[in-house]
Design a protein around this ligand. Sequence first.
Ligand code: S3P
Length: 460
Amino acid sequence: MPFALCQTQDAVLIASVMDSSVLRPLVAARPAAPLAGEVVVPGDKSISHRALMFGALAVGVTRITGLLEGEDVLRTAAAMRTLGAEIWREGADWLVAGRGLGGLTAPEDVLDMGNSGTAARLLAGILASHDFFSVMTGDASLRKRPMRRVIEPLQACGAVFFARPGGRLPMSIQGARDALPLTYRLPVASAQVKSAVLLAGLNARGVTMVEEPEPTRDHSENMLRHFGASVSVERAGNGRVIRLAGQPELRGADVAVPGDPSSAAFPMVAALLVPGSRVVVNGVGLNPLRTGLFETLREMGAELTVRNARVQGGESVGDIVAEFTALNAVDVPPERAPSMIDEYPILAVACAFARGTSRLRGLAELRVKESDRLAATAAMLREGGVHVEIEDDDLIIHGGAPAGGGLVMTHMDHRLAMSALVFGLATDDAMRIDDARFIDTSFPGFVALMRGLGARFAGP
Ligand code: S3P
């Protein structure tokens, strides 16, 4: 799975260099001193995927500042190049010369989306309304994840999909010649499915409509408008109805990618848990549909403040100051899940140190992430001596002062790996993880950044 990024004069090439059978264990131990310092985390993963994809569909050049150079996003870059877009790096920026809507070309080879569900599902939407044949696959984790949730709505535009039993990758896609616009009510709160439908609708005549029962991250809607599409959003009960006018003139645009709040969560929670710590994370995206974790940590009593709140490239951004706090348990309602769906493993770690019993409700979607995150998060905490229960789709965590000392299996899941390492910074005995390699999918440089704050991680 992993890549190296090799720059040539006018192109960025991605080459597989590592033997994926070699695990990289790592041990986290309580640091001798509090964590302290000021950091910037890598760019937002969701926004980075979209910037590359939308840039490839636009006419003209898109300049992306702060792109996440994590493996998931590099997979998207590689796929869009295989489909005919030119993508290269200029200094720290990434540039995309798009093909124009409907202008992508048939790939000569299989599109390998690595570990990334977002890359696979959003791209399936794009391919559904491009009249050519393609085949998509992914790594062992992605090949287990459900694709039927996008196949079903996308078929209605005229695309033909074949997938492995259960709607698993690899799958083939014959895109529609004249795609029909879609009208779809999401059965699950998923920004990936919403975005796949909207992206198919880009190259369909007429208005595509998606209704979501609960609001999910709206980066697609925001960025499509930024590239010149007409997108309207209306409230409908607790959710929203999004309408996209098909076949817009998408024009290349500048995109400034904020720091990923899902990545900022790790140094932030580490600071809350290691006595005496104070950490500042600068330039973090604070889109209100992504800030469920901040809200929850504040309910737990966390010393978290936002400085320099500003709007950057159409997204809210701020600097977050996190200081050690004795946390209290929390009861998180199910409707908050979409705004913090990727943050439950690290929230669970915070709950393990909180006074009292926490209940995180309505986590069915965690079962179909990079791993079964509900089971794997519970197993991680148990390894460290925490009393945890799963009741239906709720995670119940009896907080206290966990002893640590266990070995956490990370199941090719970056967020579990980072959560377990943060866990080990606050337990009496060190925590070990079986494999740190997948951290690079979303947070390249995590280990060095945390060590810079004073974290003790032993290993290669
Ligand atoms: C994402 C949406 C979420 C999230 C994923 C990124 C996106 O998935 O878990 O990491 O960029 O749209 P779902 O929308 O499927 O819940």
